[in-house]
Design a protein. Structure first.
Length: 615
């Protein structure tokens, strides 16, 4: 058996494509690679024929941008002043100093200013290098315009500057930041296939992290295997990305196998690796394995940090084991690890989930007494707890306190308090809170709109609900099937069946497919009005559209037949229901019992029920 590396092309296919398609912004990359070998290139339609490369000549004398000019470039005006001083002196400062200034401006988030100064450098004929160009690409990417970053690549060719891995790392990271996963992966594969640039650990890490964060766990694992067959050995950071992705998928066995592979290769796990696995085990409630890992960490002289303890505390609280979580917090204090806001928030959430609001409030008070910052999440947890118990006055008191403390309620806060107010019938207060939210400049999200609509329909404010729907549609704000399901259900419950049906029919025109719950609502609406032909038409229509009816669908129709005393139609329909493996649910059984009490002979009219009754 040979020790040669396998051909990686098969593994490329596992990343999503069997063939590498060109990016929209790059028709063809056949560029000078990272080792300086020139190629003829065409990028974004601009052709460059490479004949010879002359080295850029400029002063290598370095200056301190602060000491030389006495300017502190901590704000944009100072940075611009410093740049214009630099371009006027002879000889010019080194490109290192220009690059340092650009990076300083990037850290201050003045991305467009960097691009402007770069164009000025070009106009003045100041030589540039790869560091400067990388700063320009980075500025485009941080502005979420990675496609413009590709327009910088021809400048490398024009100036005879070799491509380096940092430039492409920046572009790939920028594409992932814009959620252009396919383009990012395609660029990575093109770099490897065409030998434009040898990927390093950072590039692999960027691609794998980008894939894993978007749920592409198997592609992340495939890339690890590809990396293992290449010249770049995976490091602890790479392994930790894969393990974390597997743990988030609940695939703990595979994650632990990777952990064992690392140990065999003498790549020692770190605290991040263990935290990922402990988090996965906590979510599955495997506390004995958590203890084993805990002991393993200590044996490796790697004591758990506050994040480790927070993972365990949160896991215990979500299972209702709040007392155990408090014991963990005492243990962490004994070991010199101070609990933080996240620790206390987890405990508060645990008590709220158990309905023990007094204890949750006690934790909140302890945070304040100890000078530990209470963040918006702390308030949201308590407000949600009070609202679930319908203690809206206490929730409102906390809500008002947020602004008094100099903080701002977020969308979750507003949504929670609105739900609480509607639940207890305080519709006027709910409307006022919504108005205050708009005046404060907080843009409502779809969840808030759904909460409002549910509240409006519940209390019969149909006109206000439809005015909101029409406004959102006019403004082309984001809506989905859940949003329209609330509208259809609200209209049906308020006796507006025709209007509900009109909205239902409109769904296909706006590109939304009804789900089974939406169909069931519409069918129920027709059944309540005794319109069984229309209900059965919707039933057939949903099947034609590839949406299979469920047990609820058939129970809704059977209940309609029972209420209208259409027993013979129900008996016929039951055969179809039984053939699909569906049966009466508790609600239908309750309706049937009520009907039989009034008319016992109903049982004799339904052969299936009659035979079961005899048994």
């Amino acid at each position: 058996m040979t020790n040669q590396k396998k051909n990686p092309k098969k593994l490329y296919a596992k990343l999503g494509h069997t063939e590498i398609q060109p990016l929209k912004m790059m028709r063809r990359i056949s560029l000078r690679n990272c080792n300086g070998i020139p190629f003829i290139s065409s990028i974004s339609g601009s052709a460059f024929t490479i004949r010879a490369y002359s080295s850029c000549r400029y002063s290598k004398k370095s200056i301190s941008v602060k000491d030389k000019f006495g300017v502190n470039s901590s704000n944009l005006d100072d940075a611009l002043t410093l740049f214009h001083q630099m371009v006027r002196i002879k000889p010019l400062p080194s490109l290192f100093d220009f690059s340092k200034l650009f990076n300083n401006m990037i850290s201050m988030k003045h991305y467009s200013a960097v691009l402007s100064l770069f164009r000025e450098m070009q106009i003045l004929g100041i030589p540039i290098d790869g560091f400067i160009l990388t700063s320009v690409i980075n500025s485009y990417c941080l502005m979420h315009h990675a496609h413009f970053g590709f327009s910088v690549l021809p400048i490398y060719l024009k100036n005879g500057i070799p491509f380096d891995v940092v430039a492409f790392n920046t572009l790939i990271k920028g594409l992932f930041a814009e959620n252009k996963v396919e383009d990012a992966v395609e660029l990575f594969k093109k770099l490897v296939r065409d030998k434009i640039c040898e990927p390093n650990e950072v590039m692999y890490g960027i691609v794998m992290n980008g894939l894993s964060k978007r749920g592409h766990t198997q592609k992340t694992l495939s890339l690890l295997r590809l990396m293992e067959q290449g010249n770049t050995e995976p490091n602890i950071y790479i392994y930790s990305i894969v393990i974390d992705a597997l743990c988030k998928d609940g695939n703990l066995d595979a994650a632990i196998n990777i952990l064992n592979e690392m140990k065999q290769k003498d790549v020692l796990p770190n605290i991040v690796t263990y935290n990922s696995i402990i988090d996965g085990l906590c979510k599955l409630g495997q506390w004995e394995k958590v203890k084993t890992l805990f002991s393993e960490m200590v044996n490796l002289n790697m004591y758990p940090d506050v994040h480790t303890f927070n993972i365990i505390t949160d896991g215990l609280c979500k299972e209702g084991k709040v007392k155990d979580a408090e014991e963990v917090m005492k243990h962490m204090v004994e070991k010199g690890v101070e609990p933080n806001t996240i620790t206390y928030n987890a405990l508060m959430d645990g008590y709220c989930l158990r309905g023990q609001l007094d204890r949750a409030r006690r934790i909140f008070s302890i945070m304040i007494d100890k000078g530990i910052e209470t963040d918006i999440i702390s308030y949201n947890i308590l407000i949600k707890g009070y609202c679930k118990k319908k203690k809206v006055d206490e929730a409102m008191q906390l809500f008002c306190e947020i602004s008094q403390k100099g903080s701002t309620p977020d969308s979750f806060t507003y949504n929670t308090i609105l739900q609480g107010l509607f639940e207890v019938g305080r519709t006027g207060d709910a409307k006022q809170i919504y108005a205050e939210m708009l005046s404060a400049g907080t843009k409502p999200n779809i969840y808030i709109h759904v909460t409002l609509l549910n509240g409006y329909y519940k209390y019969g404010f149909v006109e206000e609900a439809m005015a909101l729907v029409n406004k959102l549609e006019r403004n082309k704000e984001y809506t989905n099937i859940v949003f329209y399901r609330v509208v259809i259900n609200g209209l049906c419950k308020n006796g507006k069946l025709n209007e509900a049906h009109a909205v239902f029919k409109k769904l296909s025109f706006i590109g939304l497919l009804p789900d089974v719950r939406t169909y069931n609502i519409m069918i129920n609406g027709f059944c309540l009005e005794g319109l069984f032909d229309e209900a059965k038409y919707i039933l057939r229509k949903m099947e034609d559209n590839g949406c299979s009816p469920n047990n609820v669908t058939y129970n809704v129709i059977v209940q309609g037949f029972l209420r209208c005393n259409k027993i013979s139609e129900m008996a016929s329909f039951m055969k179809e229901m039984d053939g699909r493996g569906f049966s009466f649910d508790a609600s239908t059984t309750g309706v049937l019992i009520d009907v039989v009490r009034e008319n016992p002979s109903v049982l004799d009219m339904i052969p299936e029920l009659h035979s079961k009754h005899k048994k």
